[in-house]
Design a protein around this ligand. Structure first.
Ligand code: EPU
Length: 455
């Protein structure tokens, strides 16, 4: 699997790209000011796929200008849809009246860029009876298998053919049919896969053990606007009654709570004060509780949330990442940088991905004291217990950070390195910075607006 960016080429072009792909940061200045966060990357990309279900026009508002949106737009166009993008207003208009099977070679050019192509399966099976899924990309933070996705599709009646070097061919000559499905782990993607495939399957589908992240519930809202019948029980079971026809939708995306929390962590790590316009409280409650325990201050207003370091010592904390409503795995990496500045021992038990602490190595080289453990250092043993994964971290602080040259490993880890460079004394060169464009719209402009010394 490719790491979290585009596939590497070779030779001089790459060398030149790499040279231009560095952000020079002089750290040690607090980040102060206001920035605006738009819709959630992990919702917008899925709502764009949902648009493919309806032979009509869908309008998505509050869309961020990030690379994942471009990749999914390109995939939609390859499948015959038209996609218009108004960046200033953040509005995407998708017309999926005509859908066609894309050329395998064309789809393959987008292979390695994203994990979204697998979610095209359901809509393409409904519209065309077949789908082709290229090799998937996405951040290299664990094995990231797709077995739950494929099991779900099989249970709904699809034939999954993995015998091709270029990707997976999926067909459903007799259509999809409702089924009883249980997920062994509440996977976000597999839950979305089931929703997108079952919504027009004949009969009822029951999905137990599902994930209920706010981004998933916003996708359910979109599907309901389109004509779907979906209910969810308190035990995280979705019931989907297949419908024959769906229509286009108009929807405003919920705010990106991962981006909002990343800027909140940056405020803490740099002794700053950032007003995140657009940030909303309900989706961030778990994060806000932890932020307060550490000693960070926040103020929720109608327009967004202000996050700041009130001065004095930050307090250490013990957290375990989990599915919603737990502490999101994607919040963990930026917050770890702030925890290097807390007074005492903090513990982070990562229970969603087996390999999400690779980003701590450069932090240690910058002066942080972080030790990784294979044991579950939390209240509950997780899936990675007794396995060879260093999925618990102990962070001892406060430790001053020194600037240095850093390579961006993955999207969230990369943003964490950026925060570390901004908090550190002296200059840093952050290499591979464009990877952060996958999920943080105009982060260079936002950093400049917050007074960061970057070049
Ligand atoms: N898993 C399986 N088999 C599957 C699917 C998942 O074993 O078929 C495992 C994974 O290996 C992982 C766990 O289940 O250990 C959770 O994975 P999940 O399917 O929930 O993750 P995802 O859908 O691939 C989305 C976000 C991630 C976010 C996770 C968890 C998108 C595009 N990605 O990934 O976001 O971390 O849910 O909330 O929605 C990011 O934004 O940087 C990012 C990585």
């Amino acid at each position: 699997m490719a790491a979290c960016g585009e596939n590497d080429e070779s030779g001089a072009v790459v060398a030149e790209q790499q040279e231009n792909d560095v952000l020079h940061v002089v750290g040690g200045k607090p980040l102060n000011g206001t920035i605006k966060v738009r819709g959630a990357k992990n919702f917008v990309s899925k709502a764009m796929v949902a648009a493919l279900l309806a032979p009509g026009v869908s309008v998505l508002k509050n869309v961020p200008e990030i690379r994942d949106v471009h990749v999914v737009s390109d995939l939609l166009r390859l499948h015959g849809a038209t996609v218009e993008w108004n960046d200033e207003k953040g509005i995407l208009t998708i017309d999926a009246t005509n859908v066609q099977l894309a050329d395998v070679a064309d789809v393959d050019t987008l292979s390695g860029s994203s994990r979204i192509p697998i979610l095209f399966s359901g809509p393409l099976l409904h519209r065309l009876g077949e789908a082709f899924i290229p090799q998937l990309g996405g951040c290299n933070i664990g094995g990231r298998p797709i077995d739950f996705h494929l099991d779900t599709l099989r249970k709904l009646g699809a034939n999954v053919d993995k015998e091709h070097a270029d990707g997976i061919h999926i067909t459903a000559p007799n259509g999809l049919h409702g089924a009883k499905i249980h997920l062994p782990y509440p996977s976000v993607g597999a839950t979305e896969q089931t929703l997108l495939a079952a919504v027009q399957a004949e009969g009822r589908t029951e999905l137990s053990g599902a994930a209920t992240e706010p981004e998933i519930m916003d996708l359910v809202a979109v599907l309901q606007k389109m004509g779907a019948i979906i209910s969810v029980d308190v035990d995280r079971t979705f019931r989907i009654e297949g419908v024959k026809k769906l229509e286009g939708f108009t929807h405003t995306a919920l705010t990106d709570r991962i981006e909002a929390a990343s800027w909140a962590s940056a405020a803490l790590a740099t002794h700053g004060d950032i007003f995140v316009k657009g940030a909303t409280q309900p989706e961030m409650m778990t994060f806000l509780n932890v932020y307060r325990k550490i000693g960070g201050e926040f103020d929720v207003t109608d327009k967004g949330i202000r996050f700041w370091h009130p001065g004095g010592d930050l307090k250490p904390v013990a957290i375990e990442t989990d599915v919603h409503p737990g502490f999101m795995t994607d919040w963990q990496q930026p917050l770890v940088v702030a925890l290097t500045q807390a007074n005492g021992l903090s513990i982070v038990h990562e229970t969603v991905y087996e390999n999400r602490f690779g980003f701590t190595k450069p932090l240690v080289q910058m002066g942080a004291t972080i030790q990784l453990y294979r044991e579950c250092l939390g209240s509950l043993p997780c899936r990675f217990q007794q396995r060879n994964y260093k999925h618990s971290a102990v962070i001892f602080g406060p430790t001053p950070l020194e600037g240095r040259d850093i390579d961006v490993p993955d999207l969230r880890g990369g943003f964490s390195h950026l925060i570390a460079a901004l908090a550190a004394k002296g200059p840093s060169n952050v290499q591979g910075i464009s990877l952060i464009d996958r999920g943080y719209a105009d982060f260079r402009g936002k950093l400049a607006a917050l007074g960061a010394d970057i070049d």
